[in-house]
Design a protein around this ligand. Structure first.
Ligand SMILES: Nc1ncnc2c1ncn2[C@@H]1O[C@H](COP(=O)(O)OP(=O)(O)O)[C@@H](O)[C@H]1O
Ligand SMILES: [Mg+2]
Length: 319
C-alpha cells in the first residue's frame, strides 16, 4: 500500500536506485526528505522534491499524514484516538496527561542517576502490558548509545509486574549505536523495522551523547548541530508517520558562570528545544525522583514525584 510503485515518476531504474540506497516505501521518502534522497541516490534534486511531495500527498490521502488546512475539530477528534503509554507511575502519567503520547517526541533530561534509563526500561515493559504473548503493535525499539540497556533489568521489571519475562524480551528490539553515523543509519532503517515488527514505542537512550563525544569544541559545533537537527527531524517525522511514541534522553549542561536564571540546561541547544514536543526535567529528591514538565504545547509547568523500584518506576508509598 505504501509501495514506491504507486508514484508514476518511479520507473524501474529509479526504483532500483532508491532501493539500493535503502528507500523502500513512501514513508521512507517522506521521513528522509528530498535533500537526503538526492544525496543518498544521486537522483536530481528537482525529481526528488517532486517524488517526496507526491509521496506526502499519497500518505495524506491514506490518512497517515495530516492534510494541510484541516479544521481543528478534526485534529481534536483524532488526538482523542491517540493512545498513550503508561509509564508505570500514576504521578508521571498524570504529568503527561495520561502517559507518553504516540506521534510525539518526549525528551527526558537530567543528571546521571536521575532515572532516565530506568524510565526507558520500564516503558519497554509497560508498552506490552496488555499482551501476555507477542502481539503486534505492542513492541519497543530501544536504541542504546551508552551501552546501558540491560535485559536482566527488563526481566526483573517483567517479573515484578507479573508478566512472562521471555515474551517481554521477545517484544523488545535493541539496536546498539557505536557512533553518531551509525545512530543515524539505525534511524534511517527504523521506519522499516517499525512496520515490520509492530513497534509502538521508540526509545533513544541517549540521543545526544555520541554527538557530544565526537564533535568537540567550537569549530565542530556547527556541524554537530546540523547533524543533530537532521536526526531529530527524522525522529519527529517517524513519530508522526509511523504513529509511535518517541522517547529520547538527554544530558544536562551545567554552566557555572550563569549567575542568574537556570544554571542547569539540557544539552543540544535550541535545536533540541525546538524539535521535542514535551520536555521533562528529572532530579533527585532523596530516594525519590522529581519530574517537572518544562516545555509542552498544552501542559502547565508543574512537578510530580516518582520512585525507582523493582517494578522499574512507580509512585512513592503514601505514609
Ligand atoms: N532494581 C532497582 N531497583 C531500584 N532502583 C534501581 C534499580 N536498578 C537501578 N536503580 C536505580 O536507578 C538509578 C539509576 O538510574 P538511571 O536511569 O540509570 O539513571 P540515568 O538518568 O543516568 O539514566 C540508580 O540510582 C539506581 O539505584
Ligand atoms: Mg542512563
Amino acid at each position: 500500500m505504501y509501495d514506491l510503485d504507486v508514484l508514476d515518476e518511479i520507473g524501474p531504474a529509479t526504483r532500483i536506485c532508491l532501493e539500493e540506497a535503502g528507500f523502500r516505501s513512501l514513508r521512507d521518502l517522506v521521513i528522509r526528505g528530498a535533500n537526503d534522497v538526492a544525496n543518498a541516490t544521486g537522483i536530481n534534486i528537482d525529481k526528488c522534491s517532486s517524488m517526496c511531495n507526491k509521496a506526502r500527498l499519497k500518505l495524506e490521502d491514506l490518512g497517515i499524514y495530516d492534510k494541510p488546512f484541516v479544521p481543528a475539530t478534526l485534529i481534536y477528534d483524532r488526538r482523542k484516538l491517540e493512545n498513550r503509554i503508561s509509564s508505570g507511575s500514576k504521578n508521571l502519567d498524570n504529568l503527561l496527561g495520561g502517559g507518553f503520547e504516540t506521534k510525539s517526541v518526549t525528551e527526558l533530561y537530567g543528571e546521571f542517576g536521575t532515572g532516565k534509563t530506568q524510565i526507558c526500561h520500564t516503558l519497554c515493559v509497560t508498552v506490552q502490558k496488555n499482551s501476555k504473548t507477542a502481539r503486534p503493535n505492542q513492541r519497543a525499539l530501544y536504541i542504546d548509545t551508552e551501552n546501558t540497556f540491560r535485559p536482566e533489568r527488563i526481566v526483573s521489571i517483567a517479573n515484578a509486574r507479573k508478566l512472562d519475562p521471555t515474551s517481554v524480551l521477545e517484544n523488545i528490539i535493541v539496536a546498539k549505536a557505536f557512533n553518531s553515523s551509525h545512530q543515524e543509519v539505525i534511524i534511517e532503517e527504523a521506519a522499516h523495522v517499525i512496520q515490520l515488527h509492530g513497534i509502538r514505542l521508540l526509545l533513544i537512550d541517549s540521543a545526544v551523547s555520541l554527538y557530544r563525544a565526537e564533535f568537540l569544541g567550537r569549530p565542530l559545533l556547527m556541524e554537530r548541530q546540523q547533524r543533530m537537527n537532521r536526526f531529530l527531524h527524522m525522529l519527529l517525522r517517524i513519530a508522526e508517520i509511523c504513529s509511535v511514541a518517541v522517547v529520547i534522553t538527554n544530558q544536562i549542561l551545567s554552566s557555572p558562570d550563569a549567575l542568574f536564571g537556570d544554571s542547569i540546561r539540557p544539552s543540544g541547544g535550541n535545536i533540541m528545544g525546538h524539535t521535542t514536543t514535551y520536555r521533562i526535567f528529572l532530579r533527585r529528591a532523596g530516594k525519590n525522583r522529581i519530574a517537572r514538565m518544562v516545555d509542552s504545547p498544552y501542559h502547565a509547568e508543574r512537578e510530580v514525584i516518582f520512585t525507582l523500584n523493582e517494578q522499574g518506576i512507580g509512585d512513592p508509598q503514601e505514609s
